[in-house]
Design a protein around this ligand. Structure first.
Ligand code: HEM
Length: 175
């Protein structure tokens, strides 16, 4: 928990960001399906990314796998807006990291997909995820300044998580 605080300090992540994320929850709650359509549209149209949802043998995207993960991704949107950054939350971040890594990918859905999401794409996806979220933050009646604050908080929150998810990819003692 001490290390998490230090990471948040480094990301300039403050109480203001937590407030902005909370504000975003009410705005995003009834829009997760539309948001997922945009995110999945991006992944589906990017061969380098859809590869990680493909059957390892045939190379074809696994529709059932994509659909199962989509449901968990929708829950993650609201979890991120609502996070309280306690030990339980931190443990869950390690679990999500493992599920992208060869240690646990494919296990939840028992799918014969490729072994892992290559790490370099994980922090990179922070940009499309948060850039495409911004119009959804602006869809309700928040002021332009509040939309800006919520967007900034989302960039920090997603980057923070992608950093935490890197842990199983990094040699012992180097994280
Ligand atoms: C900011 C970056 C990313 C975010 C926020 C994110 C978010 C998530 C979430 C919330 C889950 C579901 C976790 C669970 O509840 O089981 C998940 C799983 C998954 N993500 Fe990501 N992800 C990111 C990067 C990527 C990238 C770059 C890929 C490559 C296409 C990817 C592919 C997958 C796959 C294949 C799964 C399923 C893993 C399994 O078999 O359990 N993710 N992701």
């Amino acid at each position: 928990m001490t290390d998490l605080k230090a990471l948040q300090t480094t990301l300039l992540f403050t109480e203001e960001d937590i407030k902005a994320l909370r504000q975003s929850k009410a705005i995003l709650a009834d829009q997760t399906d539309a948001i997922l359509d945009v995110w999945y549209g991006f992944v589906a149209s990017t061969p380098e990314l859809v590869h990680f949802f493909s059957d390892a043998k045939t190379g074809r995207p696994d529709g059932a796998y994509l659909e199962a993960v989509r449901k968990r991704f929708a829950l993650w949107v609201l979890d991120t807006a609502d996070a309280n950054y306690d030990q339980k939350w931190l443990d869950w971040q390690y679990e999500i990291g493992l599920r992208h890594n060869r240690l646990k990918k494919n296990k939840t859905d028992r799918v014969p997909s490729v072994a892992q999401v290559n790490f370099r794409y994980i922090p990179a996806l922070t940009i499309p995820v948060t850039t495409t979220l911004k119009p959804f933050l602006a869809k309700k009646d928040a002021s332009a300044a509040d939309v800006e604050k919520m967007h900034t908080a989302w960039v920090k929150a997603v980057l923070m998580q992608s950093i935490l998810w890197s842990q199983p990819y990094i040699k012992d003692g180097e994280f």
